[in-house]
Design a protein around this ligand. Structure first.
Ligand code: NAP
Ligand code: ZN
Ligand code: ZN
Length: 348
């Protein structure tokens, strides 16, 4: 077994605190990774605080994991010691259902195995995430990383990156399409970067006037304050695509009204309360609402390779693991520019 230091949530209400546990000894297909950086996703906070229900404790959050391979099992072919490697939101799936076979493991019929807050497929081990010094994962669910990019900024690509890249690709974004992003947080700023890189005309719809300059720096042409009725009205039926990356409860109707004919609201944000959707807003302009969960392993690798080619990384604020509880509070206030990343050296 491999001694691992971590930070864990012990229950839904007390701050995360140090936690020591053991990872399995690498099996024939496993890769042992020394974690260097781990991004902080709003899903970590939702789950640590049991906002979605059913949380498993103690919980080591973290599914934006990058590090270096230190050992491999006998049958591992994709990795060798010394390679950079990443682990995202899932670490296993059934591998045999139609969705797994179609590179859509995130929609595994049996349910994917989450990187944390899940049981491993042995049914008895709690899967633990990346606020930790080590992880051991089957090579099939481990990603190759480019050494050309700044590694701390690569970590958020493993969740925020693929979660926004996948639906934007699915929606077929092409040059000149009008794309809006709601919520300039971790996911939102990656959505803006990808949409700009695909040649779209990008707008940001935000609750935070202070983010205007940053939105423009990201390449946004318009910056709209969602609480300003006049600004919203001016965008009526304007956009082809809107990416909803908001973590807090909100209704869909005011955003649906901004979609042109055949416009699509791509929903990735996961607040707990159900949104209001006006059927009248939906039928007008034949609008649709499409949900999307992370991306398959093949598409995640494609996204990482695309980022390496285009020089795309997340804009990050590096923190020590000891600062994680404060980071969660700041995330709740929308005070993140634009992803916290934990320097795992602070755990050692
Ligand atoms: P984040 O960094 O905290 O960003 C969320 C943003 O939402 C904030 O920065 C803020 O942007 C906006 N916002 C906050 N409160 C709002 C309100 N009351 N009304 C409107 N906008 C508000 O969170 P994240 O890590 O990007 O995650 C976003 C959501 O996606 C979370 O719910 C997360 O669980 C979910 N998620 C889903 C998937 C998936 O597979 N679908 C994967 C990862 C995460 P402004 O300041 O610009 O308003
Ligand atoms: Zn995430
Ligand atoms: Zn499956």
């Amino acid at each position: 077994m491999i001694a691992t230091k971590a930070y864990a949530a012990y229950n839904a209400t007390t701050p995360l605190a140090p936690y020591d546990f053991e990872r399995r000894t690498p099996g024939p297909h496993d890769v042992q990774i020394e974690i260097l950086y781990c991004g902080v996703c709003h899903s970590d906070l939702h789950q640590a605080r049991d906002e979605w229900g059913g949380s498993i404790y103690p919980m080591v959050p973290g599914h934006e994991i990058v590090g270096r391979v230190i050992a491999t099992g006998n049958h591992v072919t994709k990795f060798k010691a010394g390679d950079l490697a990443g682990v995202g939101v899932m670490v296993d799936s059934c591998r045999t259902c139609k969705n797994c076979k179609n590179d859509l493991e995130q929609y595994c019929v049996e349910g994917m195995t989450g990187t944390y807050n899940a049981m491993e497929r042995d049914g008895k081990t709690i899967a633990q995430g990346g606020y930790a010094t080590q992880i051991v994962t089957d090579e099939k669910y481990v990603l190759h990383l480019s050494d050309k990019l700044e590694l701390a900024g690569v970590a958020p690509l493993l969740c925020a990156g693929i979660t926004t890249y996948s639906p934007l690709r699915y929606a077929g974004i092409t040059a000149g399409m009008k794309v809006a992003v709601i919520g300039l947080g971790g996911l939102g700023h990656m959505a803006a970067k990808f949409a700009v890189s695909f040649g779209a005309e990008v707008s940001v719809i935000s609750t935070s006037p202070s983010k205007k300059a940053d939105a423009e720096k990201l390449g946004a042409k318009h910056f709209i304050i969602s609480k300003n009725a006049d600004e919203m009205k001016a965008c009526n039926s304007y956009f082809d695509i809107i990416v909803d990356a908001v973590s807090a409860p909100h209704d869909f109707t005011p955003y649906l009204n901004l979609l042109d004919v055949n416009g699509k609201l791509l929903v990735v944000g996961l607040p707990t309360e159900e949104p209001k959707v006006s059927p009248f807003s939906l039928i007008t302009n034949r609008r649709s609402i499409i949900g999307s969960m992370i991306g398959g392993i093949k598409e995640t690798q494609e996204m990482l390779d695309y980022c390496a080619e285009k020089g795309i990384v997340a804009d990050i604020e590096l923190i020590k693991v000891q600062d994680i509880n404060n980071a969660y509070e700041r995330m709740l206030k929308g005070d993140v520019k634009y992803r916290f990343v934990i320097d795992i050296a602070s755990l050692k």
